[in-house]
Design a protein around this ligand. Structure first.
Ligand code: FUB
Ligand code: ZN
Length: 656
């Protein structure tokens, strides 16, 4: 692998986001989502399923320290899912990112108090998982396959790292280092240890983040062990099942251990299979280990898995995980729009995977997919007021079908306030609050811009301090203004992504022409940069009618409307019922309009399409020669903004 290309993403404390599109989302996360989730974690949302997350920590702390009284009845048991701790861990991660963007002493105090409670729950040997603390420590590490200890640990590590980076506070980080020691004592290659790995991946990438801070080889070794050991014969999960008499839910399923991506060694995995969130978290960790160890076979598997996902198993919205059965990938070109799972967390995991691949070799396709997921399948998971959430992100909804057809009951027609399994809302909060880390990356001589977010960043390139500013009204407008501030002139290459959806663009330097080379989706400009340099990238952003590969049977004869990175949809609220009867027709001169007061400010697209004329006959079938179409004005809104008005039908793909 060509390590000279490796880049490092600019960290959160070196960038300030002030983007006209994303800053309001971040502000919503800061002012709505984070406080709301704190209430949820404390079971204070009327009418919502209790979380029990904080109650579990308090109870664990009280039981370990009888002198403590957090007001929880000591007779109470563990509440919620086995992985309830992870909701808190993700929340603390999001809150930490938000603090890095917007200092808030009151929030910081809440975090510190919560961390005190959590640390009081930690066991003397470092163990910290409330499910086993409250149900019996003697059973810990006996069901790595299903009981999520290492998953909660991974999320905790990410939260601790984020808080340390945002506030410089080590208490949770030190607690996680102790917990990592405890896990390392029980799991690993040495004789007498369990030769296991996470049933739900994330600890792999989290340990790499921990290693980046501690520099402790132990953390890297453990992450690498989890990757290397996974799927090796004899299969650990099979042995664990036998040893502990554990259940094997997938025994009669085609998944078998591939549900967990653990049926064969990871270097032999080239097609995305099994539970989608698990998969993309694992692949992200695999990229990290491939980068740090130069492991070519591992990297090849990552490339293949990426290509399989984006070229064969990903929706136009960046949603992944086609099947509700096992919340999983299904098979190539199987992309049903109405029974899709498309879990919000899975698209978020895809963004993690893309970011890590781009750190190895900046190729536009990684940021293209990242951006696709961000503007579509990720933020569709949250209502525009930040108060309700989708777990499943369908591309076609008929409310009656969701209500009456069992195969569609996972496809909700309105976002929910909270979930018994509340993995998606805090995941949304953490990715939105950390968007700044996706914007630029640098290596020894090149500064790359991957995402166009209004911002000011401080970076070091070629040993020089550079301030880079972005001004833009993206994604509604295609102009991106870049400005540079430097103490002294400096030679370096600046690479700006030219999205694959863009067929025509101009790049103007200080008002005049500039030389650039196009490589792997980036326009690269090598020159001596000086303070005051200004680059104007203007991306042509026409309304585009997309078709899917004909192997995708669900989209045959259909088109999806996009503009720039934004995917559009039709909603019943604008177009009446029976969206499946609509056709795009010639769609001449679509009207593109920024509507400031509509759906928090969006560009809408309208044009004259067609509609199947309703029949006079009350029959199901007739001679096709009678087919008739009439003109119909169609209005499309950005997909992410659907289901923010009244309940109704929605579709992304429309008949051509
Ligand atoms: O198992 C933990 C989380 O719950 C998964 O990542 C989600 O898919 C949901 O099943
Ligand atoms: Zn989720």
């Amino acid at each position: 692998m060509d390590t000279s290309k490796y880049t490092t993403h600019v960290p959160l404390n070196s960038i300030k986001i002030n983007d006209s599109f994303w800053a309001p989302f971040m502000e919503r996360v800061r002012t709505q989502v984070i406080p709301y989730q704190w209430e949820a974690l404390n079971d204070r949302i009327p009418g919502a399923e209790p979380s029990y997350a904080m109650r579990n920590f308090k109870l664990s702390a009280q039981r370990s320290h009888p002198e403590l009284n957090y007001g929880v009845d000591n007779a109470a048991g563990h509440g919620g899912m086995v992985f309830q701790d992870s909701d808190f861990a993700k929340w603390i991660e999001a809150a930490a990112y938000s603090l890095a963007w917007y200092p808030d002493p009151a929030l910081e105090k809440t975090l510190d108090e919560a961390i005190d409670i959590v640390c009081n729950a930690q066991q003397p040997d470092g163990y910290l998982d409330t499910y086993y603390i409250l149900t019996g420590l003697e059973k810990r590490f006996t069901n790595l396959k299903d009981n999520h200890e290492l998953y909660c640990f991974g999320h905790f590590v990410e939260g601790a790292v984020a808080y340390y980076e945002a506030a410089g506070k080590r208490k949770l980080l030190d607690a996680m280092i102790r917990y990592a020691d405890c896990i390392d004592k029980h799991i690993g290659p040495e004789e007498g240890k369990l030769h296991g790995y996470p049933g739900h991946e994330i600890a792999e990438l989290a340990l790499v983040r921990l290693y980046n801070i501690t520099g402790d080889e132990k953390h890297l070794k453990l992450a690498k062990y989890f990757i290397d050991q996974r799927g090796k014969q004899p299969l650990y999960f099979e042995e664990e099942n036998k040893r502990n008499n554990n259940d094997f839910y997938w025994k009669d399923s085609f998944f078998q251990f591939q549900y967990y991506q653990a049926g064969k060694p990871v270097r032999d995995q080239h097609v995305a299979e099994g539970h989608a969130v698990r998969a993309v978290y694992l692949y992200s960790g695999m990229v990290d280990i491939a980068r740090l160890t130069g492991d070519e076979a591992l990297m090849q598997a990552c490339d293949d898995l990426w290509n399989n996902i984006v070229n064969r198993q990903m929706y136009i919205t960046g949603a992944i995980g086609q099947s509700a059965y096992g919340e999983s990938f299904s098979y190539d070109y199987d992309l049903p729009n109405d029974t899709v799972y498309g879990e919000t967390c899975a698209s978020i995991g895809l963004a993690f995977f893309a970011k890590r691949l781009s750190a190895i070799a900046p190729k536009g396709v990684y940021a293209d997919v990242l951006e696709k997921a961000l503007f579509n399948g990720i933020i569709s998971g949250m209502s525009l007021d930040g108060k309700s959430f989708f777990y499943v992100n369908p591309l076609e909804v008929i409310p009656e079908a969701s209500q009456k057809d069992r195969t569609r009951r996972h496809v909700k027609i309105e976002r929910q306030k909270w979930f018994a399994c509340a993995c998606c809302p805090p995941n949304l909060a953490r990715i939105i609050a950390s968007l700044g880390t996706y914007v630029h990356s640098v290596n020894a001589d090149t500064l790359y811009t991957h995402l166009f977010l209004g911002s000011e960043a401080r970076v070091k390139v070629g040993g020089r301090d550079v301030k880079i500013g972005i001004e833009t009204k993206y994604p509604w407008e295609g102009h991106v203004g870049i400005s540079f501030k430097l103490e002294d002139k400096a030679q370096f290459t600046y690479g700006i992504r030219i999205p694959a959806w863009c067929n025509k663009f101009t790049l103007v330097l200080n008002g005049g022409a500039t030389n650039y080379t196009l490589k792997d989706g980036y326009a690269l400009i090598h020159r001596e940069w000086k303070s005051g340099d200004k680059l104007d990238l203007t991306l042509d952003m026409p309304v585009t009618f997309i078709e899917a590969n004909p192997r995708v049977r669900e989209d045959i004869g259909k088109t999806a409307v996009t503009r720039g990175p934004v995917v559009y949809c039709l909603e019943e609220a604008d177009n009446g019922p029976g969206l499946f009867k609509l056709h795009a027709g010639d769609a001449k001169e679509p009207k593109v309009q920024y509507e400031k007061d509509f759906l928090e400010g969006v560009v809408t697209i309208s044009f004259t399409g067609k509609k199947e004329t309703d029949w006079q006959e009350d029959t199901l079938y007739r001679n096709a020669a009678n087919t008739a179409l009439e003109d119909k004005e169609l209005r499309l809104i950005p997909y992410y903004a659907w289901a923010n008005r009244k309940i109704g039908e929605m579709t992304v793909w429309v008949n051509k």
